[in-house]
Design a binder for this molecule. Structure first.
Ligand code: DON
Length: 574
């Protein structure tokens, strides 16, 4: 059901994109918004009121961490299909020269088992890892956002939560995307009276342009503002989560919420085209895929090929085919069968680059995943980007996984639970919601973190800083990589880099997904002659990005693929 909805959504977005992506060579027409420019800080996110929440906190003297948390919490109110208290995510931060990452990814509940999504015959139970609380991992956002502020924030915690409380309590204007999203998920919500009561009272979802009040969520946020994460992970709200989960056959327990801890991790770091890059390590595959992409493209001298010709697209596909093949080995860092050090080792990248041919596609079923034997020597859904006036940067990608997660709203608490358990390899050999085939390292196990593709990233060169990331399931690393390459290889302006049409490949299925007009007809034909099968797709990611020079101008760009906005602070005026 969710998959049918996703297909319908793709078709609509494809129609929209084909209207706006008119020029050949992947260049958008000129009717698109310009990046906004200022010098006191910059925010780009998926909703105008969330971007405004971040800007408000910057103007009040908050730093990038304060503004990022305020933006994320506002998204939890106005963008409930992805922004969340009931999900999880990742943050990459750069304060001064210190680069850190915070993993607030969901974990499998203590009662989760390897075969929990299979029937007695060992066959996958349809929808079991997607719908209802059995699909929900232990939410990481409440403790994660609180920890991010605790470690790096400057303003009092309550001031950072205040804009989200205001939106939930005083109401916010429902945009068309939210109104349509609720209507399209009526069948999912209809399974849960708790969700229906808030989002479809009397069978009717909120109309676009109407004002939505979320008093239960406001009360939850007020408690969170007063007492921090324990207000949600312990006491009556955690008990309400357990009760709702039990009522609908879930195994999520209050004890899981109390035991949850976010983890600070060393970023995946690499150098690419003269820039330093820091991205998310396991349990996200995003940083490794981005690092392999850049490392292989440099070896293949990608920058020297004609910008919109078949050679560049061919090489991107060949690189991603191999990076996503290696992804099969990845999982929670405790059980992963390969590490970032192994997969980004020079010997391995040399070996991979050496096997890539310019004239011909390599069928995916002939691409082997990383193994020690293959190398000569043993070696290893919503995104927001913020910079403050000092050049400190925070890149957060946070998700419920599917749109509106598992569909169950926790009564009284007002937030929807995720369906992140589907990011595990829930059934051997079966693709997940994003068509990813996953491996043993990512099997379900109590307390394990499910493998992600989220790629919050910060890149810098001297005083220049780029903050970037995207939603889009399996397409997150490839969307992020393409915008980054547009900036650091081809020197695009920020908005042009974000606007430009994109492609995607993920090893299996062996298809090149292309946005309308990403490839000129000649390039598309040339790729087909080399053995690539092309498939039109609605959109590849939705990249919200900011860039700036420390002590100089900052820019923020919204992605025209979504309803997001970008804003900046002008110190003299604001
Ligand atoms: O962690 C992941 O890779 C997925 N749960 C992300 C889902 C996503 O991006 C959905 N948004 N389009």
């Amino acid at each position: 059901m969710q998959i049918a909805f996703l297909v319908a959504k793709c078709r609509r977005a494809a129609a929209l994109l084909s209207l706006i992506l008119l020029l050949p060579g992947g260049v958008l027409d000129a009717a698109h918004p310009e990046a906004v420019r200022g010098s006191g800080g910059a925010v780009a996110s998926a909703a105008p009121s969330a971007t405004e929440a971040g800007l408000e906190v910057l103007r009040a003297g908050g730093n990038a961490a304060d503004a990022a948390v305020a933006t994320a919490l506002a998204l939890a109110v106005v963008r409930p299909r992805a922004g969340n208290l009931g999900g999880g995510g990742f943050a990459v931060t750069r304060f001064g020269n210190e680069v850190r990452t915070l993993d607030f990814r969901e974990t499998a509940p203590a009662e989760a088992t390897r075969d929990m999504y299979l029937d007695e015959q060992g066959e996958p139970r349809p929808g079991a890892s997607l719908i209802g609380p059995l699909a929900a991992g232990v939410p990481g956002s409440p403790a994660g956002l609180y920890e991010l502020h605790n470690a790096l924030g400057r303003l009092p915690w309550a001031e950072v939560v205040a804009p989200a409380i205001r939106l939930a309590r005083d109401g916010f204007t429902v945009d068309r995307r939210l109104a349509n999203g609720v209507a399209e998920h009526a069948e999912l919500f209809g399974r849960f009276p708790e969700t229906t009561a808030v989002w479809l009272p009397g069978g009717q979802g909120p109309a676009a342009g109407s004002t939505m009040h979320l008093p239960d969520l406001a009360a939850t946020l007020e408690a969170y503002a007063a007492r921090g994460a324990p207000a949600i992970t312990e006491g009556p709200i955690a008990a309400a989560v357990e009760l709702a989960a039990r009522r609908h056959g879930g195994v999520l327990r209050a004890a899981d919420l109390a035991a949850y801890r976010p983890v600070w991790r060393e970023p995946v770091r690499f150098e690419a085209f003269g820039w330093q890059v820091a991205s998310m390590p396991l349990p996200s595959s995003g940083g490794i895929i981005l690092g392999q992409t850049c490392g292989l493209l440099e070896r293949l001298e990608w920058a020297k090929f004609s910008r919109f010709g078949a050679d560049r697209f061919h090489l991107l596909v060949e690189v991603w085919r191999r990076a996503y093949a290696d992804r099969v080995l990845l999982g929670d860092p405790r059980t992963s069968l390969a590490s970032a050090a192994q997969l980004l080792a020079g010997e391995w990248l040399d070996f991979r680059a050496d096997k890539i041919r310019l004239a011909k596609a390599m069928p995916s079923d002939r691409v082997r995943t990383w193994s020690r034997e293959l190398v000569a020597e043993p070696v290893e859904t919503t995104h927001l980007s913020v910079m403050d006036g000092d050049g400190n940067a925070v890149s957060i990608t946070t998700t419920l996984n599917g749109s509106f997660g598992c569909g169950l709203l926790v009564p009284g608490a007002g937030f929807i639970l995720n369906n992140e358990m589907d990011d595990f390899a829930t059934a051997p050999g079966q693709p997940n919601l994003y068509g990813l085939i996953q491996g043993e390292a990512n099997s379900v196990g109590p307390g394990k973190r499910m493998l992600s593709s989220m790629t919050p990233t910060i890149a810098w060169r001297g005083k220049e800083v780029i903050v970037i990331g995207s939603p889009g399931g399996s397409k997150i690393p490839t969307a992020t990589a393409q915008v980054l390459l547009n900036l650091i290889v081809d020197g695009d302006d920020l908005q042009a880099a974000v606007d430009r049409a994109r492609i995607h490949h993920q090893w299996m299925p062996d298809l090149v997904f292309t946005e309308a007009h990403a490839l000129s007809p000649e390039t598309a034909k040339a790729l087909e002659r080399r053995g690539h099968e092309l498939r039109l797709v609605a959109g590849v990611g939705e990249v919200h990005s900011v860039r700036g020079e420390i002590g100089g101008e900052m820019q923020a760009a919204q992605d025209p693929r979504g309803p997001g906005t970008a804003g900046v602070v002008h110190p003299a005026v604001d």
